[in-house]
Design a protein around this ligand. Structure first.
Ligand SMILES: Nc1ncnc2c1ncn2[C@@H]1O[C@H](COP(=O)(O)OP(=O)(O)O)[C@@H](O)[C@H]1O
Ligand SMILES: [Mg+2]
Length: 300
C-alpha cells in the first residue's frame, strides 16, 4: 500500500495488538507493574478495566511475555463460555487430555490434581481472561469455585480479569459479591493525554521505519482531541490520513487529511461540526432573545 511511498518497513497503525509496537506510556506501564507485583504477592483476583480500544489486550499479551518460566498461563481470550465449557477450556490449557464423556465432577477433580502437581513442582498457575465483562453469572461463579482450590499455604490458581467498564457494573451486583471481595488489586486504564498521543504516534512511526515524523505536533494535537486519547481511534485516524495523502501523492500530511480521516471514523469527536452546532445554538438563542424583547416592548 503506502509503505514504500512513505519509506516505511511495516504498517505503523495496524489495529492488531502487536507487542513489538508497545509504547511505554504511563498508564500501560503502571498497569503492567500493578499486575506483576500483585501476581508476585499471590493475590487471588486482579482486575484491569478500560474503555474499548485503550490497550487491554496489548497489556494482556505483554504480561504473558513478561511472566517467567515458573508461571503456567491459562489464557481465555473468549469468555462466552458455559461453566462446563470453562472447566474444559481450563483443562485443555493445563494440558490435560481427558475423554469427552468425562462427567463434571471428575473433570473438576482432574483440574485440582493437576493444579496440585504444578504447585508441588514450584509452578504458579495464572488464568488470564480478556473481555471478562462477557462472562455469564454462572461462569463467574464457576470461576470463583475454581479459585477456591488451595493448599494450606497458598492459592493454586490466580486470576487476572481484563474488561470494559461494564465489568465493574457486573461485579457490583450482589450475586457476585464473594468474587468481588476477592479482588485484591484493580487498575483502571485511562486514555492518553495529548502529549502522550504525540509521543505514541511518533513512536509507532519510528518503529515502522520512518526516518522523520510524518505528522506535525499540531496535527497530533488535533488527533488527540478528536480521538479522546483512545489508542485504537488514533491508529484508525492516522492510517486513514496516510492513505488519503498517498492517494493524492503527497508525502506531507496536512489538516485537510486529518479532518477527513476524523470525519470518516466512527466514535471520533469532530470539532468542526461541533463548533457549527454551537454557532447554530448561539445564533438561535440570540434571535429568540431579540424576538422576545421586541414582543415584550409591543405588549407594554
Ligand atoms: N501502549 C501502547 N503501545 C502501542 N500500541 C498501543 C498501546 N496501547 C494501545 N495500543 C494499540 O491500540 C490498539 C487497541 O489496543 P487493544 O489492546 O486492542 O485495546 P482493547 O483491548 O482495550 O480494546 C491496538 O492496535 C494496540 O496495539
Ligand atoms: Mg481487547
Amino acid at each position: 500500500m503506502y509503505l514504500s511511498f512513505f519509506n516505511l518497513t511495516e504498517m505503523p497503525f495496524s489495529l492488531t495488538p502487536n507487542t513489538q509496537f508497545y509504547c511505554a506510556l504511563e498508564p500501560h506501564n503502571e498497569a503492567l507493574k500493578v499486575l506483576l507485583s500483585a501476581l508476585s504477592m499471590s493475590e487471588g483476583f486482579i482486575k484491569v478495566t478500560g474503555e474499548v480500544g485503550t490497550g487491554k489486550t496489548l497489556i494482556c499479551r505483554k504480561l504473558i511475555n513478561h511472566l517467567e518460566d515458573n508461571y503456567v498461563v491459562v489464557y481465555l481470550p473468549n469468555p462466552y463460555l458455559t461453566p462446563d465449557e470453562l472447566r474444559w477450556a481450563v483443562a485443555a490449557e493445563l494440558g490435560l487430555e481427558l475423554a469427552p464423556e468425562q462427567d463434571q465432577q471428575t473433570l473438576s477433580q482432574s483440574i485440582e490434581k493437576r493444579l496440585l502437581t504444578l504447585s508441588q513442582e514450584g509452578k504458579k498457575v495464572v488464568m488470564i481472561v480478556d473481555e471478562a465483562q462477557c462472562f455469564s453469572w454462572e461462569a463467574l461463579e464457576a470461576l470463583r469455585l475454581l479459585t477456591n482450590l488451595e493448599t494450606e499455604q497458598k492459592k493454586l490458581l490466580q486470576v487476572v480479569l481484563f474488561g470494559q467498564p461494564e465489568l465493574d457494573t457486573k461485579l457490583a451486583n450482589p450475586q457476585v459479591r464473594q468474587l468481588r471481595q476477592r479482588i485484591g488489586f484493580s487498575y483502571q486504564l485511562r486514555p492518553m493525554t495529548a502529549a502522550e498521543v504525540d509521543y505514541y504516534i511518533n513512536h509507532r512511526l519510528r518503529r515502522a521505519g520512518a526516518q522523520s515524523p510524518l505528522f506535525s505536533p499540531r496535527l497530533n494535537h488535533h488527533i488527540a482531541r478528536a480521538c479522546r486519547g483512545i489508542p485504537r481511534l488514533v491508529n484508525t485516524v492516522c492510517h486513514k490520513a496516510l492513505l488519503l495523502a498517498y492517494g493524492e501523492g503527497q508525502t506531507a500530511l496536512n489538516k485537510r487529511y486529518i479532518r477527513a480521516a476524523i470525519a470518516d471514523t466512527e466514535d471520533c469527536y469532530a470539532p468542526t461540526s461541533m463548533r457549527r452546532w454551537w454557532l447554530f445554538a448561539v445564533l438561535s438563542a440570540t434571535v429568540l432573545g431579540v424576538a422576545a424583547i421586541w414582543l415584550w416592548r409591543q405588549v407594554l
